[in-house]
Design a protein. Structure first.
Length: 659
């Protein structure tokens, strides 16, 4: 493939394709194009607006201020990298910002944003070596030689994020300088790591899905083949042993043989995403089945109620099965995003609504929890139990990753803010899909959707809803062909008792999906009513850390109690919930009934069993719960999701401290 300018290429797409972040050439479901789907309001509309209005500029400001953008200028100038700013993977944050800007520009056509994007691309392009190599951390004076630290150097990881930015730009604006930079770098990667080259992989998967996507944009099969080589090599101990073990970077076992996701959670989800991409493009059903098997096991045994993944702090990794302690949840925002990326690919490949269920759970309770409402402060980890009040980070100071007790403006390792930015800029693409029979709506937000169907047919609908505040979702037909079309609506796993109304008939629908097949006409309305009343949720008994507790969910949202909502702002650990009284909604607020009982400190926090539950005669009081994703928006607070439970009808085990 040759691509020497924005206008002279013969063999790559010359116009933007308006495809979203994942564009498989085959699969059960096909994503809608960017010009076919828009979120028009609701919580996700607000997130997209805040991302555009605040987060992108915030990220750009911090990249400039920390010198991470300046690294490209210094590299271009041939300056020494001895005092280079940031960690070895800092380049990737610039690339993720570029990807976010590209999707946002594609969404709104914002010309000023486009100019900012192009200015950054020019600085990145200037830093690229004549042979295509691009890194500010290696291969220039004052830095280590190229490819000398595959375990920790992140060179290929960074290029993966570069390629995803180039793909986003090509799909939204056509092939330009950024795609040229990508293909030059990708060609070098194929030369260096292809057959006969360095037979190894990057310590951080990411280039695998990126190379498949770059193949999808350019048609260059060499990129697909290189992705296959990287995926097949990993697991054969091609990287050096490290203190966390090779499972940390999934080099312990070939992906075809593994039974569950393990090791670093972001690495695991990115790698699996690349495997699905490769499997789909090459028709490799065995590889796809291997990823599905691992996803099933991971969701069944290694995922938090929020959808969060990763319980181990020391290596940001999955714990063993059912090791999901709420107060030690790592649940990195990026791992949630990686999980969404993986589930979306599996949904497209296989169509199972369970994938969309996990996407919804993770979007509402991990991805939405990460950034503040203002879009300018972020959680890196997402604990489910905050035991100390914490302090408000200086809005003008970067903090070490994961050490922030409240949302911080920037991190020394700042992967999460840029990941949030690119996710929200392309969020609308997760709403719906199409197949030969019709349209599938997976996520509920005010939106407009259009699908091209076989035979030059078109179906256009509006989604009208106040979800998740209300469980009512109306799909209003704006345009329909005069032939039968199937409209499929996801019924979330928690939505027991949902109903579907069409043409004056209302029917119960079970969790999974509900489909209506008929000839639609403009003005027709199909209505889904999901029961979003608050509900108690208990965990599998093998998740020992939350035994004897309940959580409260409402629709797709996990709720929590915050000490700022308790009388006297007492510590959340004083609350015991009365599970004989179900949670209720009063004036739009969810309440449980519970007892607030101070703990008596003892010299030794252990004792004899058998302390009684709160007596039935002790009056309970209402306690307000709030969406977990909004926690700490009102300043320092203690918080917990899993609440110690007792019942006036069935005494529960209590701890000695409650004596
Ligand atoms: Zn992160």
């Amino acid at each position: 493939m040759t691509l020497t300018s924005t206008t002279t290429s013969d063999d790559v797409v010359r116009t933007p394709s308006a495809r979203g972040p994942v564009a498989p050439s085959r699969g059960t479901l096909q994503p809608l194009r960017l010009d076919q789907v828009a979120v028009t309001g609701g919580p996700w509309g607000r997130r997209q607006d805040v991302n555009a209005d605040a987060t992108l500029a915030h990220v750009e400001h911090w990249l400039e201020r920390e010198g991470w953008l300046g690294n490209f200028d210094a590299t271009a100038a041939g300056a020494s990298g001895a005092d280079r700013a940031g960690r070895e993977f800092a380049d990737s944050e610039t690339y993720k910002l570029l990807e976010a800007m590209a999707w946002e520009h594609g969404r709104t056509g914002d010309a000023e944003l486009d100019a900012r994007l192009q200015a950054i691309v020019a600085r990145v392009a200037a830093a690229q070596a004549p042979d295509g190599y691009l890194s500010t951390a290696f291969g220039r004076p004052g830095t280590p030689d190229r490819w000398t630290d595959l375990e920790w150097g992140h060179e290929l990881y960074c290029l993966g994020h570069l390629f995803q930015a180039g793909v986003a730009r090509a799909r939204t604006a056509g092939p330009d300088l950024l795609l040229q930079v990508c293909t030059r770098a990708a060609d070098l990667v194929c030369d260096v790591f292809g057959p006969g080259g360095i037979e190894s992989v990057c310590g951080h998967p990411e280039i695998e899905p990126a190379l498949v996507e770059l193949y999808r944009v350019t048609g260059e099969r060499r990129y697909l083949e290189q992705a296959r080589l990287f995926l097949e090599r990993r697991g054969h101990q091609v990287l050096s042993e490290i203190e966390f073990g090779r499972s940390y970077f999934q080099d312990d076992e070939p992906i075809r043989d593994a039974e569950v996701l393990r090791g670093h959670a972001v690495r695991a989800t990115y790698l699996s995403s690349g495997a699905v991409d490769l499997a789909v493009e090459t028709g490799d059903d065995e590889l796809l089945a291997a990823v599905v098997r691992q996803w099933d096991a991971t969701v069944a045994r290694r995922t938090y109620l929020t959808g969060g993944m990763g319980s181990r702090h020391q290596d940001e990794a999955f714990g063993e099965d059912f090791v999901l302690p709420p107060d030690r949840a790592y649940s990195e925002t990026c791992a949630g995003i990686g999980s969404v990326q993986l589930a979306w690919r599996l949904l497209l490949a296989q169509g199972d609504p369970r994938y969309a269920d996990l996407i919804e759970r993770t979007l509402y309770n991990v991805v939405d929890a990460g950034p503040s409402a203002s879009g300018t402060a972020f959680f890196y980890t997402n604990t489910l139990h905050q035991r100390v009040l914490g302090t408000v980070p200086d809005p003008d100071q970067a903090v070490p990753r994961a050490a922030s007790s409240l949302r911080a403006p920037w991190f020394a390792v700042s992967c999460c803010p840029t990941n949030v930015a690119r996710t929200f800029a392309s969020l609308q693409t997760l709403l719906a899909t199409t197949d030969d029979e019709g349209v599938q709506v997976h996520q509920y937000a005010p939106a407009t959707l259009t699908a091209d169907l076989p035979g030059d047919r078109r179906m256009a609908v509006r989604v009208v809803t106040d979800y998740p505040r209300s469980g009512r979702v109306e799909v209003v037909v704006d345009e329909a062909p005069g032939t039968p079309v199937t409209l499929t609506l996801r019924v979330p796993s928690w939505a027991v008792g949902a109903t579907l109304s069409d043409g004056g008939t209302t029917s119960p629908v079970a969790p999974g999906s509900a489909a209506v097949t008929r000839v639609f006409a403009a003005g027709d309305v199909v209505r889904l009513d999901l029961p979003v009343a608050p509900r108690f949720t208990v965990a599998d008994g093998r998740i020992d850390a939350v035994r004897g507790t309940v959580a409260v969910e409402r629709g797709p949202q996990v709720l929590c109690v915050e000490s700022v909502d308790l009388p006297g702002r007492v510590h959340v650990d004083e609350l015991v919930v009365d599970t004989s009284q179900p949670p209720v909604e009063v004036d739009g607020e969810v309440q449980v009934q519970g007892w607030l009982r101070p703990h008596a400190d003892a010299a030794w926090p252990y004792g004899t069993p058998g302390e009684p539950a709160p007596a039935a005669s002790t009056p309970t009081q209402p306690v307000r719960l709030a969406p977990y994703a909004d926690w700490a928006e009102r300043g320092p607070t203690t918080m917990r999701v899993f609440l110690p439970a007792a019942s006036t009808t069935a005494p529960a085990t209590t701890t000695p401290q409650e004596a």
